[in-house]
Design a protein around this ligand. Sequence first.
Ligand code: PEP
Length: 244
Amino acid sequence: MRRKLAAGNWKMNGTTATLDQVKALTDAHPDPAVDILLCPPATLIAQMAWARGSHALQIGGQDCHAQDSGAHTGDISAAMLKDAGASHVILGHSERRADHAESDADVAAKAQAAHAAGLIAVICLGETLDQRDAGTALEVVTVQLRGSLPDGATAANTVIAYEPVWAIGTGRVPTVAQIAEVHGRLRVTLHDMMRDADGVRILYGGSVKAENAAEIFAVADVDGALVGGASLQAVDFAPIVAAL
Ligand code: PEP
């Protein structure tokens, strides 16, 4: 039985003033039956870890370098995220793949570093609108999964997030049939790649809101959500957590 996961990606949003949302969220779900993960900017990880107190809220980074340390100005290592209080790290988000030209091989190398540091890697993948319209979405996500999953990935150290690029921040959401088809394909591919594929959680991400969460979470093989905009305010994120 896979434990559900509601993950929030704050992207490049949030300052210390925003940390009041942690209390609002943990007050709304004092003893959650699902995993809740917030991924703030790296500057807020340590303070968020302090703000959560004894709550089970999990905290993640949004990227890490493939190396442990060294001359990489502006980058952050997996060990540094762990040291600050993170248990997870988002890798291969489409914004990083687009803005920083990250390849599947880059994502796999980063995931390997995350695992070595004891972090759970949340590996993102998803097709563009052109690829969806061309009918190649399944092929695209299969290639991304095969290329982005490192050796040593297990159900314990890896989460997959299917995030169609055209659904991120747009208000557009695939049909439940389209989500089911992709998640089913990802599960089959995982079985081909690892022994404990049944235990790997596959999240859906892309314009998840309180209004559409229950319908999406009812889809087979959807084990939770990776949420961007609607994770910034507890008043929006708490109902999504409740829908899981
Ligand atoms: C995301 O960026 O991972 C995301 C899913 O964003 P949004 O929920 O805002 O579409």
